[in-house]
Write a protein that binds this ligand. Structure first.
Ligand SMILES: [Zn+2]
Length: 138
C-alpha cells in the first residue's frame, strides 16, 4: 500500500515537473509507466486499465499518451505507421521488436555499435538515431 502512495506522489511530481496537471487519467497512466521501465502501445494501456476495472475511453488514453510524449515524459517508438509504443526510458536507445508477440525490448547500448552512417541528405543533421531490430519466433 505504501508503495502505491509513494508511486502516486512520484508521478504527481513528475507531471508537475513536465507542466501537466495531475488529472485522474494522467495519474493512472503515469503510474502504469513509471514504476519500472516498460514499453506499451496505446491499445495495451487501454486494455490494462479496463482489465483493472477502470472506466476510461480510448480517446483519453491516446490524448494522455500524446501529451506525455509531447512533453518528453515518455518516448515514442514508432514500429510502423500503425503501431506506436510508449517507452518510459526517455534516453536514446535501441530496441528489438518481436513481430509474433508484439513485444518491444531494450537493446543495451554497449551491445550495438554503429560503424558507418550514410551521407545525410543535403542541409540536414541527425536528430536522433534509434534502431529497431525486428525478430520473429523460430
Ligand atoms: Zn526502450
Amino acid at each position: 500500500m505504501d508503495n502505491v502512495i509513494e508511486l502516486k506522489s512520484k508521478v504527481e511530481k513528475r507531471l508537475k515537473f513536465y507542466g501537466l496537471r495531475p488529472t485522474k487519467a494522467r495519474l493512472r497512466i503515469g503510474m502504469m509507466f513509471l514504476d519500472k521501465p516498460k514499453h506499451l502501445s496505446a491499445d495495451q494501456v487501454y486494455e490494462k486499465l479496463i482489465e483493472k476495472g477502470h472506466s476510461i475511453s480510448k480517446a483519453t488514453v491516446y490524448n494522455t499518451l500524446n501529451a506525455f510524449a509531447e512533453r518528453g515524459l515518455l518516448n515514442q517508438v514508432a514500429i510502423d505507421p500503425a503501431k506506436t509504443y510508449y517507452d518510459s526510458s526517455t534516453n536514446a536507445h535501441h530496441h528489438f521488436f518481436n513481430i509474433d508477440t508484439g513485444q518491444l525490448f531494450d537493446i543495451p547500448s554497449e551491445q550495438l555499435n554503429i560503424e558507418s552512417i550514410p551521407q545525410l541528405p543535403q542541409d540536414t543533421k541527425i536528430q536522433d538515431l534509434e534502431i529497431v531490430i525486428k525478430v520473429k519466433n523460430k
